[in-house]
Each structure stands twice: as C-alpha cells, then as structure tokens.
Ligand binder design. Structure first.
Ligand code: IMP
Ligand code: MG
Length: 179
C-alpha cells in the first residue's frame, strides 16, 4: 500500500502528539460537562479511538453516518442520515469528531441537524483542516493540523474505501486516481 503514496504528510508519532494536545485542551474545556463525542463514520474512527484516550473526563461516544446529496458537481449542503445516534443528546455538550474539514458543507448540515435536538452546546474537533477549500460558513473550534489543498489518505481517510488502515497520513500518487 505504501508504494501507492508519493509522500507522507503526517507520521504516526505526530498524529499521536496531536491527539495528546487536543485531548489536554478538551479535558480542560469539558470538566464537569456531560460530554458526548459524536464520530462521523467512517473516516473518524481511528481519530476518535486515539483522541478519547487523552480526554480525562466523564464522556460517552456515539456515531452517525450521513451521505451528502450531490446535485451536479457542487454539494447542495443537505445530508441524508444513514445511521442516526443511538441515544438522545438533549441537554448534552456535544463534540463532533471529524477526520477532515474541507468545503464544510457536510459538517454545516450535521451541526444544524444536531443543534436542533436542544443540545446544551455543540463544537467540532477535526484532525485535519483544508481552509482554502471552504465554501460553507463553518469552522472547527479544535483543529489538529491545517493542511494544503491536496488529497490525502490513511488513518481513517480513504480513496474509494481503500487506505483507511494506514497508521499515518500520506499523499496518493496521481496514477492511482487515473487508473
Ligand atoms: P466537506 O467538508 O463537506 O467538503 O466534506 C468533508 C468530507 O470529504 C470528509 O469527511 C471526507 O470524507 C472527505 N474528504 C475531503 N478531503 C479528503 C481527502 O483529502 N481525503 C479523503 N477524504 C477527504
Ligand atoms: Mg468523512
């Protein structure tokens, strides 16, 4: 699999150090709050697993799977729920856990959808952020690393459902796309 990459963007050790730093910050910010970490499937699975080990407070986790409706080439910004949360989040402090924030259309819709469930607060933590690609009016309060506008895979992130199992994040070779 490694031979399909043209380079590594974030090594395993750096990912772990990002998780430690974000975890420490979240531990401070969510002391004595009923935190629910909501992972967006499937890309956030590895990040969720590593991040919560470093959040030292009472928390619960839940997952949601959505698909974006794409009208033509632009995302319409609406999402269809493929798998909903398994418990109510009313009155809870919700932290959406995402692998990457790009145009922001998906996260914008998810945030609005969950906010409508009478949460006490809602914030986003994303491992990666491509700020140059943003279209929707949304930012993550907690960002692991800002990256340039290039397609990356590994550590949960996929190309056509592949490469999620790489323990680091890398750039895919162009010839893989064109095959
Ligand atoms: P957006 O912010 O609504 O444009 O969508 C973000 C979603 O697009 C992420 O949750 C990923 O599933 C996917 N995505 C965006 N950039 C990349 C990338 O570089 N590699 C893999 N998936 C990506
Ligand atoms: Mg995703």
């Amino acid at each position: 699999m490694k031979e399909d990459l043209k380079g590594i963007l974030i090594e395993e050790a750096e990912i772990q150090s990002i998780c430690r730093d974000l975890g420490a910050q979240l531990t401070k910010d969510y002391q004595d709050k009923p935190l629910v970490c909501v992972g967006i499937l499937k890309g956030s699975v590895m990040f969720m697993a590593d991040l919560i080990k470093h959040i030292d407070t009472q928390l619960s986790i839940d997952f949601m799977d959505v698909s974006s409706y794409h009208g033509g080439t632009e995302s319409t910004g609406e999402v269809q729920i493929l798998k909903d949360l398994s418990s109510s989040i009313e009155g809870k402090d919700v932290l959406i856990v995402e692998d990457i924030l790009e145009t922001g259309t998906t996260l914008k819709s998810i945030t609005e959808l969950l906010r409508a469930r009478k949460v006490n607060s809602i914030e986003i933590v994303t491992l990666l952020d491509k700020p140059n690609r943003r279209k929707a009016d949304i930012e993550a309060k907690y960002v692991g690393k800002k990256i340039p506008d290039e397609f990356v895979v590994g550590y949960g992130l996929d190309y056509d459902e592949h490469y999620r199992n790489l323990p680091y994040i890398g750039y895919l070779k162009e010839e893989i796309y064109s095959n």
